[in-house]
Design a protein around this ligand. Structure first.
Ligand SMILES: C[S@@+](CC[C@H](N)C(=O)[O-])C[C@H]1O[C@@H](n2cnc3c(N)ncnc32)[C@H](O)[C@@H]1O
Length: 359
């Protein structure tokens, strides 16, 4: 991998606004993400709020409650829970933002004559009951975080992930458990189709994975780069950086220059209520004619045509819509020109939250 091509460029200023029914299957269906009552959602793209509005105060309260709940359940589960995040194999030359090295304090040893009180060792086998309790707890924490991400703006999500850095791992442990129940995973679709894409001989395909999670896309695509041919450059962005593929940032504003990407991917990541800003950011970093590729949960769409209209207004042209999958809908757009129409209908949300049922 060419290190130079992986380096993060400084962000520019231009924004688009400036211008089957088997038992197994039934089980899977039961666990499909469920759409619940829509919440208020901005179609407006304004990022700056003057004084704290009532909505912002409610969002703050919600975040504070979630932080409290996270810290309470952390104490309960601490003795029996294993560390959630696994170290991931990394290529020598990915786009890297290193986390500061954390020094762990040495644990004072008990006097030799005193037997330490027995606590559950991290990797000891849990009893069935303990395992069940742990699963229930992590499921609950996952659903709380998920709801928070879908029902507030991304600045609140950024604060949450800063104040409780364990949020990413808790969320992704729960998300992985959900994915195992799905008949297919949208990120695999992107891996397959991008792997098969025609890549110019002279230059790698530059991809931004917005809300990349654990960077499955980058890990798979970058493994296809060889010394002879650098097929892909992948910029992976999420609210936290679980490994060195991922740059931590809010995807409403990523550290890339205007027009540098050939493809921008959102795989189930249009979560914040200000997701229109994420799409405008995609427009900014895409080159003219670049591809925007989106996968979202079908039940999130009250009206698919309105969603497409909103993207057209940003400056995208729909080239493909695939609704053949029962759970997910896939869209391909091309960046085309400038913002065309103003979004007007504030009352109707374009996307509703994707909340998960308690299992
Ligand atoms: C449902 S997960 C999907 C992860 C990955 N794209 C996949 O398909 O496996 C959504 C991801 O989007 C991230 N996300 C949501 N809002 C974000 C924001 N404003 N900025 C960066 N990442 C965000 C979440 O942290 C989470 O990792």
């Amino acid at each position: 991998m060419d290190t130079a091509t992986q380096k993060q460029a400084t962000k520019g200023n231009k924004r688009p606004n400036d211008q089957s029914t088997s038992t197994n299957e039934k089980k899977k269906q039961k666990n499909e993400p469920k759409q619940t009552a829509p919440t208020t959602q901005q179609k407006s793209t304004s990022a700056s709020a003057p004084a704290k509005s009532a909505a912002a105060k409610i969002a703050d309260d919600k975040k504070a409650k979630l932080l409290q709940a996270l810290s309470r359940s952390k104490h309960i589960s601490e003795s029996s829970s294993k560390p959630v995040s696994k170290p991931v194999a990394q290529p020598a030359s990915s786009s890297v933002v290193k986390k500061p090295h954390q020094l762990s304090k040495p644990t004072p040893k008990p006097p030799q004559s005193v037997k330490p009180i027995s606590t559950t060792p991290q990797n000891a086998k849990l009893t069935d009951l303990q395992a069940k309790m742990k699963k229930t707890l992590s499921g609950g924490r996952f659903r709380m975080i998920n709801e928070q991400l879908y029902t507030t703006t991304s600045d609140i999500a950024v604060e949450l992930f800063k104040e409780a850095p364990e949020t990413f791992d808790i969320y992704h442990e729960g998300f992985r458990a959900q994915v195992e129940l799905w008949p297919s995973n949208p990120v695999d679709h992107f891996i397959q189709t991008l792997s098969a894409a025609k890549i110019p001989k002279t230059k790698p395909l530059v991809i931004a994975d917005m809300g990349c999670g654990e960077a499955a896309l980058a890990r798979s695509l970058l493994s296809q780069n060889t010394h002879e041919k650098q097929k892909f450059t992948v910029h992976s962005f999420d609210l936290a950086s679980p490994n060195e593929f991922v740059v931590a940032c809010d995807i409403r504003s990523v550290p890339l220059e205007d027009g540098v990407c050939d493809v921008v991917v959102f795989s189930l990541s249009l979560m914040g209520t200000n997701f229109i800003e994420f799409l405008e950011e995609a427009w900014r970093i895409l080159r003219d004619g670049g591809q925007l590729r989106i996968a979202e949960v079908v039940s999130r769409f009250p009206d698919i045509d309105k969603f497409v209209e909103a993207l057209t207004a940003i400056g995208f042209k729909l080239t493909k819509k695939d609704a053949s999958n029962k759970m997910f809908i896939l869209f391909d757009f091309l960046k085309k020109g400038k913002k065309a129409v103003e979004g007007d209908d504030e009352s109707q949300p374009l996307l509703t939250p994707c909340l998960y049922r308690k299992r």
